[in-house]
Design a binder for this molecule. Structure first.
Ligand SMILES: N[C@@H](CCC(=O)N[C@@H](CS)C(=O)NCC(=O)O)C(=O)O
Length: 251
């Protein structure tokens, strides 16, 4: 009998889910993907995690009865069981953890900037409705789409510290810029590691990666691009693109 594959609950266009997918694919781990739909899928996650209250997020990896509920933990697990070169080289764990914290803060700030910009945009409200919604009733359901986005804005407390998101995002990008002097390919120096994956994905809200690698979410390229930051950090976007071309394998 074939052993059951691990299941990855995730959102195809979410940078957090992509971090987990990249680590699993790097290690050639076979898994089954289960698409999570924000809001509509919340109850299923609560049942899976047996967590009736508090915040639930994806990615989640269910591997033979063990649940890994954060992209970082999924990547560590992939490194423990996988076949590819280590993404967490011995002795560098603390450094990688610090880059991951920076990636989280930068991404959360960029996501908040993006959503607060689009919360009143009717096209974005439309994208929050299930893809199968009959065209004729879309206009009637737009207020629900809008409420769904507002729920998301509240869930991640995006309005709190609305003035600081930009500074937080810039701090993360500046740190990355300093850590990668001209010609340096990897954050830890000689080898590709999870620090590179974490920070490459932090750029998803500056300028999304080519759609060969992952889809761009609701709002499209224009919505996900921050033109000013993309121009200022063009060198980092180019670094990210090169990293993808060289290291993003998929199964
Ligand atoms: N620290 C977590 C953060 C995950 C996170 O923020 N996930 C968001 C990504 S947009 C999510 O689950 N959104 C869908 C939802 O809230 O329903 C991780 O790295 O896994």
């Amino acid at each position: 009998m074939q052993a059951q594959k691990p299941r990855l609950y995730g959102i195809p266009f979410s940078p957090w889910s992509e971090k987990a997918r990249w680590a699993l694919d790097h290690h050639r781990i076979a898994y089954e993907e289960v698409e999570h739909y924000p809001i509509a899928g919340e109850l299923r996650l609560r049942i899976l995690l047996r967590k009736p209250t508090g915040r639930v997020t994806v990615p989640i990896l269910a591997d033979h009865g063990v649940l890994f509920t954060d992209s970082f933990d999924i990547a560590r697990h992939a490194d423990d069981v996988g076949a590819g070169p280590k993404l967490f080289p011995a002795g560098r764990e603390a450094e990688i953890e610090a880059w991951n914290r920076r990636s989280e803060a930068t991404l959360a700030a960029l996501r908040a900037m993006l959503m607060l910009r689009l919360v009143d945009d009717p096209t974005f409200a439309k994208a929050a409705l299930p893809r199968t919604t009959p065209k004729a009733i879309v206009p009637l359901l737009l207020p629900i789409g809008r409420r769904a986005i507002q729920f998301f804005v509240t869930k991640y407390r995006m309005r709190e510290g609305a003035e600081t998101h930009r500074a937080v995002a810039e701090e993360g990008l500046e740190a990355l810029d300093k850590a990668l002097p001209e010609g340096q390919k990897y954050l830890l120096g000689a080898a590709f590691s999870y620090a590179d994956i974490a920070m490459a994905l932090a750029l998803q809200g500056v300028s999304p990666v080519d759609k060969r690698f992952m889809p761009t979410g609701p709002g499209g390229r224009a919505g996900w691009t921050n033109p000013e930051l993309a121009a200022r950090y063009a060198r980092l976007v180019a670094w990210r693109d090169e990293l993808y071309e060289k290291h993003r394998r998929w199964v």
